[in-house]
Design a protein around this ligand. Structure first.
Ligand code: PAF
Length: 321
């Protein structure tokens, strides 16, 4: 049964006013930041957020600051009405959808009083990072999580984590949540956000939620919609080879080079192009050569023009080694 329609707030002042009013009534706020085109992974985040807070805010904002000029911002899928309906179908629904037009538009006011009246302009198309920087809106402040942002997705997407860390910081400052939910499919992103919350003393509990998969094992992603039926079949090689690697590790094959080769070969043979296949420590995200402590096997691979990421945590009990 559908719940009531969430309130849609587009203005950041209004958003903050709402949150402060609710908090002054003693309510706790759970926050699920998204870029829209919601799938079961997002819905799971909202469901879990209900276990941790009284009220739920979902943001829908495709952040230009995390795309480089060559990336897929202009083709990023969207379906705002469909998203609202999906949110209304969740038991308990959501209270607010925060849907700002442009979080980098500060208007003419450079005085720093944060009295930003949104002009409501939308940043479109390629060249978006420079568009943010050269927009005339004066945005020049970026949040960087210096070590965790390096390597893996940070290697092939050099502006990605600075864009994510910056927009999440902005969203946290606007929504002022008690709890924020992130999917562990974006493992490096989740660790980056955890670290920025700790290092910048945000009073927010960050919760990482398990990967949600289709029945055939493909991790849910808004980008899956761009896969042809053939590419979708090929993409199954990611999860299948990660599972094989985990089983091999559990049987004592703890040499990471061999495990990386296993996964790389399986994806290539299926028709994909591996961007990276790394086995890293779960917290520091530093590459390891042999599995002796909890690790996560992270993969990014291209199928045609679609880049997918996935990962698998591997925790061997001492007795297994
Ligand atoms: O994971 C995402 O959808 C985005 O990176 C996020 C966290 C909403 C920031 O734009």
């Amino acid at each position: 049964m559908a719940t009531k329609e969430p309130e849609v707030i587009t203005d950041k002042h209004e958003m903050r006013k709402w949150s402060r009013a609710m908090r002054s009534q003693g309510k706790t706020i759970g926050f699920v930041p998204t870029m829209g085109y919601l799938h079961e992974g997002h819905i799971t985040l909202v469901r879990e957020a209900h276990n941790h807070s009284d009220l739920i805010v979902v943001s829908i904002y495709v952040n230009p600051g995390q795309f480089s000029p060559t990336e897929d911002l202009s083709t990023y899928p969207s379906d705002f009405r469909g998203d609202i309906e999906k949110l209304m179908a969740i038991p308990g629904g959501v209270d607010v959808v925060f849907h700002p037009h442009n979080l980098y538009d500060y208007g003419p006011n450079l005085s720093g009083d944060n009295g930003f009246e949104s002009k409501g302009g939308k940043l479109k198309g390629a060249g978006v990072v420079s568009c943010v920087e050269d927009s005339g809106f004066g945005h020049e402040t970026w949040v960087r999580v210096e070590n965790l942002e390096k390597g893996m997705c940070g290697e092939s997407r050099p502006v990605f984590f600075r864009g994510v860390a910056t927009v999440v910081t902005k969203l946290f400052n606007i929504v002022e949540p008690d709890v924020a939910m992130f999917g562990k499919k974006d493992y490096q992103q989740w660790r980056v956000i955890q670290r920025l919350v700790r290092d910048l003393d945000f009073s927010i509990k960050v919760i990482g939620s398990e990967i949600v998969r289709h029945n055939d094992g493909l991790a849910m992603s808004s980008r899956n919609v761009h896969l042809s039926p053939e590419q979708r079949q090929q993409a199954l090689s990611i999860n299948r080879s990660l599972l094989r690697a985990r089983i091999a590790a559990e049987k004592g094959h703890v040499n990471c080079q061999e495990l990386r080769d296993l996964v790389t070969k399986a994806i290539q043979e299926a028709g994909g192009k591996v961007d990276y296949a790394e086995i890293v420590d779960q917290e520091s995200l530093r590459a390891v050569e042999e599995i002796t402590s909890p690790v996560v096997f992270c993969v990014a691979a291209w199928f045609g023009k679609v880049r997918l990421i996935d990962n698998m945590e591997i925790c061997l009990r001492n007795g297994d080694l």
